[in-house]
Design a protein around this ligand. Structure first.
Ligand SMILES: [Zn+2]
Length: 324
């Protein structure tokens, strides 16, 4: 639906329309080549952005996701084909600071509407981040807190329903501006989604208000914003790099924390190996469970979308923290 696409002869558009609307809308969320459609074409960087684009855009958008389901988003290297997809699209929706390859591609792309989720809410440092995602584990070898050492911001804003709702509002406004013809629908869809996120936030707040422990252990420090929102403390086994192994000193420190804070569970995520969590659980006598950072939805996810998986996360947290 960019300028180039408006030049498509009316006959061709009619031919596409004759194939049936279902053919076009059925592609949303796929990773195929962006077709010339009459829809507002959005390229989303990874799942949490895809979910926003689909929910807010509804029937007016065609969403393509750069990160395939099951792929670790931090490792993504953009292909030349995906760069071409970006060029063909009407809007790019991404989260700067999470995927350097996407940041660079978007910066160099002529795409007219660039929506950076990181600019639509407030980001903080959570102590374990040093200049982005993959660099975070270098400072973890001493097994102590790294508060204040990091210069980068924690990108995992989507796991806090309040921040995610703020991003949704910003995305809605950007869609309205970029595709004014459907502004009323974008406004309506944004309000509906924000309402669902508000309700989710309320359930988290109520369900985690009274727990025996306030500390949880994860293998991937993705839940800093969520922890802070609900008065919890996240102890990350090995900082922000989900593939790295914790040092013996780190394991010892975590074991002490676990005992002192009444921790019952080591959480791991679905997109990477649970080896670290299982080893740690074995060494410390803790159980393991899934806390999903929602960086992708796969068959192994405990729900089909953001809202369902967050409900599963809440249930897992309630059990691990022994909620009343
Ligand atoms: Zn992450």
């Amino acid at each position: 639906m960019n300028v180039r696409r408006r030049l498509i002869p009316a006959a061709a558009v009619a031919a596409v329309a004759a194939l049936g609307a279902g053919t076009l809308s059925g592609c949303s969320g796929g990773t195929g080549v962006v077709a010339n459609t009459s829809k507002f074409d959005v390229v989303a960087s990874f799942y949490p952005m895809t979910f926003l684009a689909e929910r807010i855009g509804g029937e007016h958008v065609r969403v393509t996701t750069l990160t395939s389901p099951g792929q670790e988003p931090h490792d993504l290297e953009i292909s030349p084909r995906q760069i071409a997809q970006l060029e063909e699209s009407d809007a790019a929706l991404y989260l700067s600071g999470l995927q350097p390859s996407v940041d660079e591609a978007v910066a160099q792309s002529p795409v007219r509407t660039k929506i950076d989720a990181a600019r639509l809410t407030t980001l903080e440092e959570h102590g374990t981040e040093v200049g982005g995602h993959a660099a975070g584990h270098a400072t973890h070898e001493d097994g102590e807190h790294e508060d204040g050492e990091g210069t980068g911001k924690d990108p995992h804003i989507w796991l806090d329903p309040v921040r995610y709702a703020q991003v949704a509002e910003g995305v809605g406004k950007a869609f309205e501006k970029a595709d004014p013809e459907h502004a009323a629908d974008y406004r309506k869809n944004t309000a509906a989604l924000a309402g669902e996120l508000d309700a989710l936030d309320l359930r988290f707040r109520r369900s985690l208000a009274h727990t025996r422990s306030k500390v949880f252990l994860t293998t991937h420090a993705a839940f800093g914003y969520l922890a802070e929102r609900y008065g919890l403390t996240e102890e990350a086994v090995n900082g922000l790099d989900p593939e790295s192994e914790p040092s013996a000193a780190r394991v010892k420190a975590l074991e002490r924390t676990a005992r002192a804070d009444g921790v019952s569970t080591v959480f791991y995520e679905t997109l990477v190996s649970d080896r670290t969590a299982r080893t740690l659980a074995h060494d410390t006598g803790l159980r393991t469970d899934v806390l999903d950072p929602l960086e992708g939805i796969t068959d192994r996810s405990r729900g089909k979308d953001y809202l369902a998986v967050q409900e599963a996360n809440l249930k897992a947290l309630r059990q691990a923290l022994d909620a009343k």
